[in-house]
Design a binder for this molecule. Structure first.
Ligand SMILES: Cc1ncc(COP(=O)(O)O)c(C=O)c1O
Length: 375
């Protein structure tokens, strides 16, 4: 590990570098090892310098305008500010919208493997999980299975675009077919698009809310700076809610019911969305080099992976290796590398593990070397 960067990483209190003993290299949780944009640090440093810790709403009020500008500049999504709401995290937004639009026992669809708090949100709220596994050959939605899985008590679909953990991007055609089922079955889509800024190879992001027919008015789009700018601790998220009934339900709640981000998180987030473009572009360059490196290293090995089109996650398939049963456990014990267990993302994924490659090349080289020696 490079010494200066290594000492910063070993000094911070984030879970990535504190959960495991010092001899373990962490590549599990989706935090990057890169420092966020300088303007973000400056915004927070100013608050500390002036001890500006009182009631302070300027950045909280600035969150929606900053997000709307960012969406337009980055993805061409025209979002009316009055249709947006602030939440304290993306999963907060997802849970609130899902709970407001379903009754206990009603069905909520997801496409596994998928970011594991989706399934937890469904089960902890007493909703019924309708899992429609993606096709393992290409990570596409099995549309017939999707259509057949929906009964009269299914109300909501949880969508993740770009997709965590596979790095898959659902194509225009897939989204068109998906929209057909959604409209036919009268579903509400909660579209978690917090990885949208991290797509490689100049492929444009397709916000679900910009798609044809009546998809937009039945979609809630969730955005956040947490992945793009390495700000998961900011606890801020903005949702674009074109679904009128959801906005009405939120507006009917007491004012403080859904909570509010702190002024620190809001200041950091607004600074990122306002000044972060160059930083993001440079970071994407680094991530792309890392992605290609990881792909190249596993190409002729018994570990299989598809080239992620987005995110900084590699979804590794160990089914042709000696450690196919719970590979992340073996790798933690024998290789001292911490990956995210595949089984968390879907019961069919127990021979997979998710690797976070958003780190310095020297660290990544060691991570890959340790995995390759262990298999
Ligand atoms: C798809 C997806 N949604 C939500 C989150 C969590 O975001 P937040 O911390 O804003 O709830 C993550 C974190 O990695 C994620 O990958």
């Amino acid at each position: 590990m490079p010494s200066e960067e290594g000492s910063r990483l070993r000094s911070i209190k984030g879970m990535k570098w504190t959960k495991y003993p010092h001899d373990v290299l962490p590549a599990f949780v989706a935090d990057m090892d890169f420092e966020p944009p300088q303007k973000v640090s400056e915004a927070l440093e100013d608050m500390v310098r002036f001890r500006d810790f009182g009631y302070r709403f300027v950045d909280i009020d600035g969150l929606i305008p900053a997000w709307v500008n960012w969406q337009k500049a980055q993805h061409g999504l025209e979002v009316p500010e009055e249709d947006c709401k602030i939440f304290t995290s993306s999963i907060h937004a997802l849970e609130a919208v899902m709970v407001l639009n379903t009754q206990p026992g009603e069905g909520v669809v997801l496409f596994s493997p998928v970011y594991h708090p989706f399934a937890t949100a469904v089960s902890q709220s007493g909703r019924r999980l309708v899992d429609v596994p993606l096709r393992e050959s290409d990570w596409k939605i099995d549309m017939d299975r999707f259509r057949d899985s929906i009964d009269g008590g299914t109300r909501v679909v949880l969508f993740c675009q770009p997709h965590n953990p596979t790095g898959h991007l659902f194509s225009q055609t897939e989204i068109r077919d998906f929209a057909e089922v959604v409209i036919e079955k009268d579903l509400l889509v909660i579209s978690d698009e917090i990885w949208a800024d991290l797509i490689f190879d100049e492929i444009p992001h397709q916000p679900l809310g910009t798609h044809q027919n009546n998809l937009r008015e039945r979609t809630v789009t969730i955005g956040s700076a947490s992945k793009s700018f390495n700000l998961a601790g900011a606890r801020c998220s903005v949702a674009y809610i074109d679904h009128f009934a959801t906005r009405e339900k939120i507006d009917a709640l007491p004012e403080h019911f859904l909570g509010q981000p702190s002024s620190f998180g809001a200041a950091a987030t607004v600074a990122a969305w306002t000044f972060g473009e160059n930083w993001l572009n440079e970071t994407k360059e680094k991530l792309k080099i890392n992605r290609d490196y990881v792909y190249g290293q596993f190409l002729n090995s018994s570990v299989n992976m598809d080239l992620p089109k987005a995110t900084y996650l590699a979804w590794l398939n160990f089914s042709e290796t000696m450690i196919r049963e719970n590979p992340s456990k073996h790798l933690l014990e024998d290789a001292k590398v911490a990956l995210e267990p595949g089984s968390k993302f879907g019961s069919q994924s127990s021979s997979f593990a998710r690797l976070n490659f958003a780190t310095e090349p020297e660290i990544l080289e060691q991570v890959i070397e340790r995995i390759l020696s262990a298999i």
